[in-house]
Design a binder for this molecule. Structure first.
Ligand code: ADP
Length: 383
């Protein structure tokens, strides 16, 4: 069961997108109380009109709900006093000075780890197609293929260029279908030489991809997780505490059971689960009849068991396989295909639960307010 300390620990995964520090360190969580399964969390914002408000409150709620034993969350939002604000700004400035960024991923980037318990459920296929769907909406999207020796992202996205080093000695992602891609498949000569990577620790490779790749300002970074390994999840939550997980399963009971194990590991490393997606849900024949090839209900059961939303059900469709094999993602080449439509809807659902960081910043507003009206106007101080 959860304790108040564990809640505070979990809240260290909520980043203030523009200050680049977590809300606990910034002193934005003045209260944490647990009454049975009900958690009461105080959130102190810099200003009441903070454009990040919904995002921060939503992130706090998801983090806390991801803990075992917490069923309901009540967020009590207040506004910082002048002295608290000054302390916060001082901490943020000190942090910026001390920790020249540990990873190359911006604090404003939303990170989605796409995971499944076992291989073959379509995790890479969905990652590639989701990224393309998001990029086609004009967003900056990156895909990190953390499936170091089982990589399939380069082929799925038809990426053939090689990764190059920039003058700053950082690695440059390859761009395919408007998405920035990093994969061991783009370093090695051929798929066969991937065997050479077997000696490399998965978590170490992930760390290199996060610290030595010039990602630039991304809205979303999707990470294709290797199947079922706890150490990579641990490394990810240490390196990118803002990461959240999407669990992929198929309707089969066996797939759903292993998916639960992955989700459980995520929770133990305080990584919230955004939701589940059921892939290969059914097959629709030319006459419109639906066949449950892999059975029924795996996604629904998973979402019920874990108390997470089922964000999508993607039908089984030969066009998906063909797109995956030829580097022509179905969402881009056959957007009206039922599977493509379902994946695009899944991308939209993800963007609703994990919206991009607002362009207008609280710090920008604070600076503006301080410049123009040294004493803060009253209405900004009441939430
Ligand atoms: P994973 O990353 O989970 O190991 P892949 O994404 O490599 O799985 O998918 C496994 C196989 O299933 C691939 O051949 C892929 O084209 C196929 N596939 C994935 N999703 C679908 C789908 N919705 N319909 C048909 N085939 C699919």
């Amino acid at each position: 069961m959860t304790t108040e300390d564990a809640i505070l620990e979990a809240l260290k995964g909520v980043m203030d997108p523009e200050l680049g520090l977590n809300v606990v360190e910034l002193g934005m969580i003045p209260e944490v109380r647990l009454a049975g399964t009900h958690a009461i969390i105080g959130v102190a914002l810099t200003i009441a009109a903070c454009p990040m408000r919904t995002q921060i409150e939503g992130d706090v709620e998801r983090r806390v709900l991801s803990l075992p034993g917490v069923e309901t969350v009540e967020i009590r939002t207040t506004v910082m006093r002048r002295a608290q604000r000054a302390t916060l700004m001082e901490r943020a400035r000190k942090n910026a000075r001390d920790n020249a960024q540990q990873t190359q991923v911006s604090a404003t980037t939303r990170v989605i780890a796409v995971a499944s318990g076992k291989g073959g459920v379509g995790k890479s296929t969905l990652t590639a197609n989701l990224a393309v769907a998001m990029a086609s909406l004009g967003l900056e999207v990156g895909v990190l293929d953390a499936d170091i020796w089982g990589f399939s992202i380069p082929r799925a996205l038809g990426a053939t260029d090689r990764i190059r080093a920039s003058e700053k000695k950082l690695l440059q992602p390859v761009t395919a279908h408007g998405v920035k891609v990093i994969s061991t498949g783009l370093i090695t000569e051929s798929e066969e030489t991937a065997l050479m990577w077997r000696g490399l620790m998965l978590s170490k490779a992930l760390e290199q991809f996060l610290t030595q790749v010039e990602w630039g300002e991304l809205d979303y970074l999707l990470i294709d997780m290797p199947p079922g390994t706890g150490d990579v999840q641990m490394a990810l939550s240490r390196l990118l505490p803002q990461a959240e997980m999407l669990v992929v399963t198929t309707p089969q009971l066996a797939a759903q059971k292993v998916a639960i194990r992955v989700a459980d590991m995520a929770r133990r490393s305080f990584m919230p689960i955004l939701g589940a997606v059921e892939n290969m849900s059914h097959f629709e024949c030319a006459h419109g009849e639906k066949y449950a090839v892999f059975g029924n209900g795996g996604g629904t059961r998973l979402s019920e068991d874990l108390n997470i939303p089922l964000l999508g059900q993607i039908p089984l469709d030969p066009a998906v396989v063909e797109g995956q094999d030829t580097g022509r993602p179905v969402v881009a080449y056959l957007p009206a295909n039922p599977a493509a439509v379902a994946i695009t809807e899944l991308a939209e659902a993800l963007m609703r639960v994990l919206p991009i960081a607002d362009a207008e910043s609280c710090v920008g507003r604070l600076a503006h307010i301080f410049d123009n009206f040294p004493p803060l106007p009253e209405d900004l101080l009441t939430p």
